[in-house]
Design a protein around this ligand. Structure first.
Ligand SMILES: NC(=O)c1ccc[n+]([C@@H]2O[C@H](COP(=O)([O-])OP(=O)(O)OC[C@H]3O[C@@H](n4cnc5c(N)ncnc54)[C@H](O)[C@@H]3O)[C@@H](O)[C@H]2O)c1
Ligand SMILES: [Zn+2]
Length: 462
């Protein structure tokens, strides 16, 4: 629906195919298979599909390249007519103008970059018809570049960067267009002033921002047409409230997120869930509204209090356990990239939480919410998640060393009965939890009341 004003429900690859284009030897098939698995989408490799339907590509080329391109165009058209998939296109597929038009209508197209020397090393000696002579290969590489440039929506070089691009997550400095309104956490604004900018709406620091009164004030102060844009700059509280204001103002404006906490960068700013708290509880009013872009700028982390960083690390460990990767031991940028990409993959697999796949992101959170409620919210979310992960690992029969070493959780003071009641309410009597068969293999499974209660009690101080 490009061109319409207002919020775009199909940001990036949401609801569309994710098409990978690029020169032969770029690794489109390998990356594509990986991305398909991580987004739970079907995978189509158009070269393989063409061979399956019509026979070996070298033989098809013997009948002339034009004939091969005609068959390839059909294969691509058919893949694009199916449900959202990850499609790796043959290196020359975008030479077809029809294919380029179809991609632009039905796919988010990512160019997998490769250096010509690497590409040649990978394909020389293969039986690819267009990789028999190095000079011709290099000439072809140069001649295709502008065509790829025309067809692509984003650039990437591995599965992680494809997943980030697919939800338009950009690691680096944000671009703040002057016409947009910046909704910013007041504490963040004091630490990172937006000098010379007038369209600024500052909101209370942290969770206090997530109220209807703040949303009303944002609505009142915005002076935007439906094609305007809101920029949310702050932690998860700010992106939740600003995203919700964007989703509701004039029936929905586009918005971009600039997360300033670790939690925001690896979790809260990603995935389109926005909302506020009501007197009855947290996140009880909200909407799905996907940010048009998420700018992850690590410069903000320099001022983040240690306690908030620890809270973010709890979500990092959660993600690493789900992904089966020790992301917590990576350097900061690699860690954030890996976590953001993991969440992007899960979100793309089930954007509106209709199929339950997003549920796995709640690893440790059922116990965490019970502790938060049972303590009257004196236990912070990050601390509660660290304990919740401990409970989930214990119930999974797995080692807890990672959580203990990275997060050092200690039992907290909470009302046992209130925590148990909250946990039961959260489960709506279903007794279903996210556990791990092994790191990297989350399962949604039933746990008996006895086991759940014992696991919960172990998290509460005697
Ligand atoms: N929408 C989602 O998918 C999602 C996911 C996870 C959490 N959340 C929500 O996110 C909220 C928690 O967000 P959070 O943990 O990012 O924290 P936050 O937004 O509540 O901010 C926590 C504190 O850090 C301060 N702060 C933020 N950035 C700073 C910086 N760069 N330097 C110094 N101080 C800074 C804030 O002023 C505040 O005092 C909760 O309301 C939670 O429900 C939403
Ligand atoms: Zn959380």
């Amino acid at each position: 629906m490009a061109g319409l004003p207002g919020a775009d429900p199909l940001v990036g690859a949401l609801g569309k195919h994710l098409a990978l284009i690029g020169f032969m030897g770029a690794g489109k098939s390998t990356v594509g298979r990986d991305v398909a698995e991580r987004t739970a989408r079907p995978f189509v490799d158009t070269d393989e599909e063409t061979e399956r339907l019509h026979g070996p590509i070298p033989e098809l080329f013997e009948r002339g390249e034009a004939e091969f391109r005609r068959l390839e165009e059909q294969v691509v058209a058919e893949a694009l007519a199916g449900p959202p998939a990850v499609i790796a296109l043959g290196g020359g597929a975008v030479l077809s103008e029809k294919t380029r038009q179809r991609l632009s209508a039905h796919a988010y197209t990512v160019l997998i970059e490769v250096d010509v020397d690497d590409a040649w090393e990978r394909v020389r000696g293969s039986n690819r018809p267009l990789a028999r002579n190095e000079e011709d290969f290099r000439r072809l590489f140069d001649s295709r570049r502008p065509i790829y440039g025309e067809a692509m929506d984003a650039l990437a070089d591995d599965a992680e960067s494809v997943l980030l691009a697919a939800l338009r997550i950009v690691i680096g400095r944000a671009i703040l267009s002057p016409e947009s309104f910046v909704v910013v956490d007041e504490r963040v604004l004091a630490l990172h002033p937006l000098e010379g900018r007038d369209r600024v709406i500052s909101v209370p620091s942290g969770e206090d921002a997530k109220s209807l009164a703040v949303v009303e004030r944002i609505w009142r102060e915005l002076e935007l047409d439906r094609d305007g844009m809101i920029i949310a700059c702050g932690g998860g509280s700010t992106t939740d409230v600003a995203g919700f204001a964007a989703a509701t103002y004039k029936r929905g404006l586009r918005w971009t997120a600039i997360p300033t906490t670790l939690t925001g960068m690896v979790d809260a700013a990603i995935g389109g869930k926005t909302g506020i708290n009501t007197e009855e509880g947290k996140n009880l009013a909200g909407a799905f509204s996907f940010p048009s872009a998420v700018f992850v700028d690590r410069a903000y982390l320099a001022t983040l209090p240690a306690e908030e960083r620890r809270a973010g690390m709890a979500e990092v460990v959660k993600t690493g356990l789900l992904a089966g990767d020790d992301v917590w031991s990576f350097g900061e940028e690699a860690m954030i990239r890996a976590c953001a990409a993991y969440k992007a993959g899960v979100v793309l697999s089930d954007p509106f939480e209709l199929e339950g796949r997003r549920t796995i992101l709640n690893l440790g959170h059922t116990f965490a919410h019970a502790l938060e409620t049972g303590s009257g919210y004196t236990v912070k979310h990050g601390e509660a998640v660290a304990l919740g992960l401990l409970a989930a690992l214990r119930l999974s029969g797995l080692e807890t060393t990672v959580v203990e070493e990275v997060l050092r959780p200690a039992p907290v003071a909470a009302d046992r009965d209130a925590a148990w009641a909250a946990l039961k309410r959260d489960k709506k009597g279903e007794g279903v939890f996210v556990l791990l068969e092994a790191p990297g293999r989350p399962v949604v499974t039933a746990v008996s009341d006895d086991d759940a209660r014992r696991a919960l009690e172990a998290l509460i101080r005697k």
